[in-house]
Design a protein around this ligand. Structure first.
Ligand SMILES: [Zn+2]
Length: 111
């Protein structure tokens, strides 16, 4: 392993995570990390178990991110239109635009 392979790492302070800590942070089973370790960024010191820094975890997140085509289209929109594209999405409304339903009445008391 050379420094070249750590280009994705921006850690200023060394704070490596164990399998259990990395699994907890990613909300995955430790077993999944162990089973897939050959394909996942990690550090290995001799015969000791692999360790991960948060940059390794971010890279794992990126490797496992599922982006539906619609999300990809929003991300691919020109930068100047990003805000416009987001506000155009019908499901996203500002809190100020949400008004209480009209004509709401107290439930009629049962006599
Ligand atoms: Zn790092």
């Amino acid at each position: 392993m050379t420094g070249w392979t750590r280009r994705h790492c921006t850690c200023v302070e060394v704070r490596n995570l164990t399998y259990d800590e990395a699994a907890a942070a990613l909300r995955v089973k430790r077993r999944w990390l162990e089973d897939n370790i050959r394909c996942l960024p990690h550090m290995k010191f001799g015969g000791q178990p692999a360790v991960f820094c948060h940059c390794d975890l971010r890279l794992i997140q990126a490797m496992r991110t599922v982006l539906p085509p619609e999300a990809q289209r929003v991300l691919d929109a020109p930068t100047t239109d990003d805000q416009h594209a987001l506000t155009e999405m019908p499901t996203i409304r500002s809190l100020a635009s949400i008004k209480p339903a009209q004509g709401r009445r107290r439930a009629t008391a049962v006599t």
